[in-house]
Design a protein around this ligand. Sequence first.
Ligand code: SAM
Length: 281
Amino acid sequence: MSRPEHTAPPEIFYNEDEASKYTNNSRIIAIQSEMTYRALELLAIPDDQVAFLLDIGCGSGLSGEVLDEEGHFWVGMDISESMLEVANGREVDGDLFLQDIGQGMSYRPGTFDGAISISVLQWLCNADKTVNNPRSRLKTFFSSLYSSLARGARAVFQFYPENPAQIEMIISSAMKAGFTGGLVVDFPNSTKAKKYYLCLFAGFKDNASEAPKLPKGLDEESGAQVAYASKRTREKRRGKDSRKELKDKNWVLHKKELNRVRGKETPNDSKYTARKRRVRF
Ligand SMILES: C[S@@+](CC[C@H](N)C(=O)[O-])C[C@H]1O[C@@H](n2cnc3c(N)ncnc32)[C@H](O)[C@@H]1O
């Protein structure tokens, strides 16, 4: 089967019809969600931290929904208007921007605690228009991403490289932009389950005594499915879903603040804000 990125530019490929098919396909939903959990695991955000994350190529919000579930705040960027319209219609919590990542991004330096990108990076390696030179687009993208991340933050990209030369081009562009880190390959011996994650570190945290180590890939022998998802399930069973708790309190306040900034009529905060309500039948 030919790769979608060979058939048309992303903003054309992900049209209204494709955006709807993509988002309603239960197999795709399951795969994107599992890869997002794995990306979050590699992002290594401390358990008690609610993070402000960037979802690069957020599409219709399948990856973003996992961030919602985990209690994080996020901003999503995508080049396809149709994918963003579907995300909007599904009322994901993230703020969405129509943006070609190959043209870079202009957030304030150090804005994000981390970034994820699920099934997107291979699109940047294609010269879908004569003006789109992959090397220079990757350079612009990684340099602007580096400056948008807080020092010591990570960016994790699950992607589908076409060949080793593409991997080399991506990694060398990221390193030239200042990142350290590298490639994590899960299930390297399985044709079906093999997955590539580019795990990048944007410098060191001030209090870090040594450089972060590249995490190990999962393999069949360790029996590790996506550890992150099963950890969540364990916590839920024990009733200790601490991030969800934090989301309940902070999420409402954050949403109200965003609405005020956007000029929407918003009730004042009070001791009743975000209180638990009894379910009414
Ligand atoms: C396979 S979808 C993945 C969407 C989402 N991350 C998910 O997990 O469902 C790939 C997405 O990458 C986006 N994309 C591709 N090239 C892009 C670019 N240059 N700038 C922004 N988004 C891009 C596409 O529009 C599409 O929504």
